[in-house]
Write a protein that binds this ligand. Structure first.
Ligand code: SF4
Length: 245
């Protein structure tokens, strides 16, 4: 897995999807036990600038890891129009202080335009549609220029994420999907944050354990003994926004 420009294993720009899928399958097998740093070094060497990280700005752990492997890496943030001010502040602090390039994606419609077409507070009535309009579609559009993307998914976050692969083929988007910290625990995250002084969303100090959009139907603090993502769409039975399904 050399990184020289003449390396025949280095992908052309853009890569053939069939080759990407084969690469994802092989890497999914070979990198399952690799460290997050090794996985991201492989991503940087293989995809170069056609690799990006997505971040909800709950923390900057994966962004920090990726910027170490690939300084100047693109970090994609979905601005749904419903974020807490603390989340926007975290994004701005990350952009100002870290060696990476924050790219903010926005939905096709503003919140006011969406309200006019679908009625107010769509998040309370049809959160799947709201997430589709404000998260899934913008990300689909925003990832068009990349061959591979990384997320901060971890297996210990919730039952819905228990089988998250470290590297897999994202058939929906025809890209390589990478979860470098899939095998990490919350204790691993805390240790990395403390060791590297990684930026955190201040809401984590107020009792939130998973930070999404600000409507109460989308994000609330978990109750005593509840798992970390229990406060997300807590009263709807929804567990994921749709990006990772
Ligand atoms: Fe809409 Fe809530 Fe999904 Fe944000 S998390 S896009 S407000 S339903």
């Amino acid at each position: 897995m050399s990184s020289t420009a003449t390396d025949p294993n280095r992908l052309t720009d853009p890569a053939d999807p069939a080759r990407l899928e084969a690469l994802a399958t092989a890497a999914g097998r070979d990198l399952e036990e690799a460290s997050a740093q090794e996985v991201l070094r492989w991503a940087a060497e293989t995809f170069g600038r056609r690799f990006c990280v997505t971040s909800s700005m709950e923390d900057a752990v994966v962004a920090h890891l990726a910027s170490t492997a690939l300084p100047g890496v693109d970090v994609v943030f979905l601005d749904t129009g419903y974020h807490f001010p603390e989340t926007i502040g975290t994004r701005d602090a990350v952009a100002a202080t870290m060696p990476l390039n924050v790219i903010t994606l926005t939905p096709r419609q503003s919140v006011a335009e969406q309200d006019a077409e679908y009625g107010p507070a769509l998040h309370d009535r049809d959160p799947d549609l709201c997430c589709s309009l404000r998260k899934v579609e913008p990300l689909q559009r925003g990832l068009a220029g990349y061959d591979a993307w990384a997320t901060g998914l971890r297996r210990d976050e919730s039952p819905s994420r228990a089988n998250t692969p470290v590297v897999a083929w994202d058939a929906k988007r025809r890209k390589v999907k990478i979860a470098p910290i899939a095998r990490w625990t919350q204790a691993d995250v805390d240790a990395y944050v403390n060791a590297h002084g990684v930026l955190l969303n201040p809401l984590l100090w107020e009792g939130y354990t998973s930070v999404g959009c600000s409507p109460l139907s989308c994000t609330r603090k978990p109750g005593e003994g509840e798992e970390g993502r229990a406060g997300r769409w807590a009263d709807s039975g929804k567990t994921e926004c749709g990006i990772h399904l």
